[in-house]
Design a protein around this ligand. Structure first.
Ligand SMILES: Nc1ncnc2c1ncn2[C@@H]1O[C@H](COP(=O)(O)OP(=O)(O)OP(=O)(O)O)[C@@H](O)[C@H]1O
Ligand SMILES: [Mg+2]
Length: 290
């Protein structure tokens, strides 16, 4: 079996707006490998959500090819499941009903599906809340219910578009640790989109750094730390901190491009950051990391 689950080759997506053509994704080539947690990070507004909609099959590219298991992606499929930033739980359904929504909608709410739903609810720590409605759950609980609701469909690829944005810092960190553990347990293939560098490095096996719009892959960095990861381990991990500085340098350069800033300003920022975390050794002034 090929290591690559999804491959994008020279994918572009242009929209027509009031003034003319808006290029959002241009010549984007990337692979999503089986069993890996691939994190896509890029400046806000660069085109990440557009990319996820293309991979999910909700939209068609203007040019280029997208393949899943060697077959063209022509539309949405239950093998590729998207979890958006906004809560998608139905407010009129209990946790249990929400988790069973997918199988029920397909007419597959079999005793086996119900058993799987029960064990997933247990795995995300919501057994005591299985008869509660979304408004009776905290933000973190809602996200875990959504994870169970996605996993019950046993997707080949789970796409998460900034799923923890909007959670408070403490809940967000707990969710990241939780997700790292769940990922390791489920042996899933995940595409996780974020603008948060700490979240990206904490979770990624492969970190894909995108350029500013029109977006494409700028750099792929492997993060070789086994899951489940603990926050305390990553904070002190030298290789994680090195990856962070390299990634920050590239991201800052991309962000500065949209603000019309200079390469020097970008290098100064990264230098100051590296000094703050005591890692000036890995940086050369005016020459952002490769
Ligand atoms: N249907 C559309 N028609 C026209 N422009 C669009 C459409 N969808 C997205 N865009 C534009 O594409 C650009 C990228 O949007 P997208 O939501 O993909 O970025 P993003 O990286 O996910 O941003 P964020 O980090 O804020 O979530 C934006 O300028 C947006 O206005
Ligand atoms: Mg987005």
């Amino acid at each position: 079996m090929s290591q690559t689950l999804v491959e994008l080759r020279q994918v572009s997506k242009f929209y027509r707006d009031g003034i003319g053509i808006k290029q959002v994704v241009r010549d984007c080539t990337l692979d999503i490998e089986r069993g890996k947690l691939t994190v896509v990070i890029g400046p806000s507004g660069c085109g990440k959500s557009t990319l996820t909609r293309l991979i999910a099959g909700f939209e068609r590219p203007t040019s280029g090819t997208l393949m899943s298991e060697g077959r063209p992606i022509t539309g949405p499929h239950k093998d590729r499941l998207v979890l958006f930033q906004e809560s998608a739980l139905f407010p009129w359904m209990t946790t249990e009903q929400n988790v069973l929504y997918g199988p029920a909608a397909r007419g597959e709410a079999t005793p086996q599906a119900m058993q799987l739903a029960g064990s997933l609810i247990d795995r995300v720590g919501l057994t005591a809340f299985r008869r509660k409605y979304p408004t009776q759950l905290s933000g973190g609980m809602q996200r875990r219910a959504e994870l169970a609701r996605a996993l019950v469909n046993n997707p080949k690829l789970m796409i998460l578009d900034e799923p923890f944005r909007g959670l408070d810092a403490m809940t967000k960190s707990l969710m990241q640790e939780y997700f790292s553990g769940l990922f390791q347990e489920m042996q899933a293939t995940v595409l996780f989109v974020t603008t948060d560098i700490d979240e990206a490095i904490f979770l990624a096996d492969r970190l894909i750094i995108m350029t500013n719009a029109p977006t494409r892959v700028r750099k792929v960095i492997n993060v070789d730390i086994p899951h489940p990861r603990k926050l305390a381990d990553i904070v002190e991990n030298d290789s994680a901190n090195d990856v962070k500085i390299r990634a920050l340098s590239i991201l800052h350069e991309e962000a500065m491009r949209s603000f019309g800033g200079s390469a020097k300003a970008s290098a100064d920022f990264v230098q100051a950051y590296a000094a703050r975390i005591g890692r000036t050794d890995s940086m050369t002034p005016g020459n952002p990391a490769p």
